[in-house]
Design a protein around this ligand. Structure first.
Ligand SMILES: [Zn+2]
Length: 214
């Protein structure tokens, strides 16, 4: 029964967004797990210096704790995404807790930023069958990624840059982390992001907002 509820959503997961249009040499930078009061502002500084708009998939609880950072993300024209209320694995959430995780995260971001999140991304990319109806109701499509330089284990900044530059293709969605899930993730991103931007541009990629890539 539980396997059907979790793995049964696999078809809907596969039908979700994993990358953008392949026609142009363009990619989008996306950032999960923030806002982080220390690292997210540094990331915003770097993006601002390079004239890039990213997409920030925010955790509701963290949004409540760092509202000024979220207002800055919105004011500087980045896309907002919902990354649930408290970053629980949806494989461990029943239907009502799933709806609560999505709705509470959505409301926290909308109330803080003054505009509703445009996208949704589930923690660790794990979905269940209760997720997709609530996303449809909130009109926030589920967006995954095509390149994830750091997943569940720490990867040094230089290696993340090297792997990303090697693996991107037209339409790629890069999944980066501006706050800790894995310890030190935010600091490694701040360290590697300028080089990553240069490496991608050096390969002829335009770094476009997620809303434009899709
Ligand atoms: Zn996450």
């Amino acid at each position: 029964m539980w396997a059907g509820y979790t793995w049964g959503s696999h078809v809907l997961t596969l039908a979700s967004i994993w990358r953008g249009r392949r026609g142009e040499r363009a990619v989008a930078l996306t950032f999960d797990d923030g806002p982080d009061p220390e690292h997210t502002p540094r990331v915003l500084d770097i993006l601002g210096r390079h004239g890039i708009h990213g997409a920030f998939f925010l955790i509701g609880e963290r949004t409540r704790r760092a509202p000024d950072v979220v207002r800055r993300i919105a004011a500087e024209g980045h896309d907002l995404g919902n990354h649930t209320w408290s970053h629980r694995s949806l494989w461990l959430c029943g239907p009502s807790e799933t709806v609560r995780q999505v709705e509470r995260g959505h409301a926290a971001i909308a109330e803080t930023a003054g505009r509703a999140p445009r996208f949704f991304r589930p923690p660790w990319g794990l979905t269940n069958l209760a997720l997709f109806p609530v996303l449809r109701r909130l009109t926030t499509p589920c967006v995954f990624w095509s390149v994830q330089p750091e997943g569940r284990r720490a990867v040094p900044a230089a290696r993340q840059v090297e792997a990303s530059a090697r693996r991107v293709g037209p339409g790629a969605i890069l999944d980066l982390h501006d706050a800790d899930g894995v310890a030190g993730a935010g600091a490694r991103l701040v360290e590697g992001l300028p080089t990553l931007i240069e490496a991608l541009r050096g390969r002829g990629y335009a770094l476009v907002p997620l809303r434009d890539l899709l």
